[in-house]
Write a protein that binds this ligand. Structure first.
Ligand SMILES: O=C(O)CCC(=O)C(=O)O
Length: 265
């Protein structure tokens, strides 16, 4: 069974990403907003979903939610959808073999939320020996240049690891030489992208949230490491609520590549 058209599959091969427009029904889109708002409103709780915060560009003293991770085991709806047959089927078609969910997050990018430096995801996902991932971005709100939509460098997924800065992002001078395209989306659109495609985004300068799911999958043949990933992340880069005030959390390394989470030590 094929979920994607030949032209979508060709675009994927050539560019390292593909957009599936308006994948969800209106009822599903409404439900997705309610699920995202449910996760947003849940209190910071040690040992459960992981909430991360940033300092918004509009308020140097502010603390603003930028991300929730590790929530599938606490949310039946998200779990059923993101590990369900249809989504896994599409990911498996893109992978060319069975896929398994690796990790999940919601990026909130609320007004004033910061952008992401140019990066490839691959260096952040190598801890368990996996060699390849695909991330599915589900647009909850419309995204555009003003609110910090994704920007892709099409075709450069074929170049392997690009010159990298010490923080794991693409070397800034090299990044300047790449071709970048804004990828504007509507609610319910899906963008699938390869773990080697360079991407980045700007800050949200609008007065409305730019919320999106980022769900990452790997080849099932390379193992199922979601639980270990979050176990390790809790140790190395825990959410604020789990931080020991006497401990230093420097070297968040692969758990904080190119993203705006404030490292509150
Ligand atoms: O949410 C964004 O603007 C970009 C997210 C991103 O690049 C990432 O999570 O790797």
């Amino acid at each position: 069974m094929s979920y994607l058209t030949d032209s979508q599959l060709k675009f994927w091969q050539d560019n390292g990403y593909v957009v599936v427009k308006d994948h969800f029904t209106q009822a599903q889109k409404t439900e997705l907003i309610a699920w995202v708002e449910d996760m947003e409103s849940r209190p910071e709780t040690a040992g459960k979903w992981m909430k991360y915060f940033e300092t918004p560009s509009t308020d140097p003293a502010g603390r603003q939610l930028c991300r929730v991770e590790n929530f599938l085991q606490f949310h039946e709806g998200f779990d059923g959808l993101l590990r369900g047959d249809k989504i896994i089927g599409i990911l498996s078609e893109l992978m060319g073999e069975p896929a398994v969910l690796f990790k999940e997050k919601i990026n909130f990018k609320l007004p004033g939320g910061n952008g992401f430096l140019p990066h490839q995801d691959a260096p952040a996902f190598t801890s368990f020996g996996q060699t390849y991932h695909i991330t599915m971005m589900v647009s909850i709100d419309a995204s555009n240049a003003e609110n910090g939509c994704l920007q892709m460098s099409p075709g450069n997924h074929k170049e392997g690891m690009l010159p990298t800065a010490p923080d794991g992002t693409v070397d800034p001078e090299f990044a300047e030489t790449l071709n970048w395209e804004y990828l504007e989306t509507e609610p319910g659109d899906i963008v699938f992208f390869d773990s080697y495609i360079p991407h980045k985004s700007d800050a949200n300068t609008s007065n409305r949230p730019r919320r999106a799911l980022y769900i990452t999958y790997n080849r099932a043949s390379e193992g199922s490491y979601r639980d270990q990933y979050y176990e390790e992340k809790r140790k190395v880069f825990p959410p604020d609520v789990e931080r020991d005030p006497n401990k230093k959390y420097e070297g968040s390394g692969v758990f904080n590549v190119g993203n705006p989470v404030t490292n509150r030590i």
